[in-house]
Design a protein around this ligand. Structure first.
Ligand code: GSH
Length: 210
């Protein structure tokens, strides 16, 4: 079968989550550029891959899939390489819980609320919205640190929960306010340093990381 194609852009949190899964599994893939924020919108026909106009979208042979959670679970189960999901029901549930916390509370506060409003493009910066995001971001970091069960979210082994969190916290750390919030969470800061040292993170750096 042809190699999987991931449609998206290197600046995207969710595209990076999917790329991290490819990298950690050791699976070759093609990143096909889709700039969702381009002036004219996504390329014509993209709605057949992602009807909600978001990135990423996956094509693997004749199989098409969107929603990052579905994509990374498919990659984990359909390809050889280290397992990124635990077997035990409670651990699986915990992993899903961390991922949903990140989607529902982390992405809006850490990425859009703090990073974009403080360190995003000139047009996106907004001190009022930044101020409003600080408490939700602080709460999110507190909860995440509490859930950290060892060197990784689930303890000794890397899982999809770590791959979901790393891009969001990487963006957070690029903003001065985000750095301060993270410094108040030494466990989470140490986790982020550990994650940043992985080859998968090095291979998928955001353009904003320089
Ligand atoms: N629920 C989607 C979310 C994907 C998402 O929000 N991607 C962002 C980029 S990180 C996007 O496409 N944003 C475009 C927009 O908000 O219009 C998923 O899990 O794949």
């Amino acid at each position: 079968m042809s190699i999987p194609v991931l449609h998206g852009a290197p600046y995207s949190v969710y595209v990076r989550i999917a790329r991290l899964a490819f990298e950690e599994k050791g699976v070759a893939y093609e990143l096909r550029p889709v700039d969702i924020f381009a002036a004219g919108g996504p390329p014509p026909g993209y709605e057949r891959l992602q009807p909600f106009g978001r990135i990423p979208a996956l094509e693997h042979g004749d199989f098409r899939l969107y929603e990052t959670d579905a994509i990374v679970r498919y990659l984990d189960e359909a390809f050889p390489g280290p397992a990124l999901s635990p077997e035990a029901p409670r651990e699986r549930a915990r992993m899903t819980q961390v991922m949903r916390i990140l989607d529902n509370y982390g992405y809006p506060s850490l990425v859009w609320g703090v990073f974009v409003r403080e360190a995003g493009s000139e047009a996106d910066r907004d001190p009022v919205r930044l101020a409003a995001a600080i408490e939700p971001a602080r709460r999110c970091l507190a909860v995440l640190e509490e859930l950290l069960a060892g060197p990784f979210f689930l303890g000794e082994r890397l899982s999809l929960a770590d791959l979901h969190a790393a891009p969001m916290l990487t963006y957070l750390a690029l903003a001065p306010t985000g750095r301060r919030l993270l410094e108040a969470r030494p466990g989470l800061s140490a986790w982020l340093t550990r994650m940043a040292g992985r080859p998968s993170l090095a291979a998928t750096r955001f353009p904003a990381e320089g």
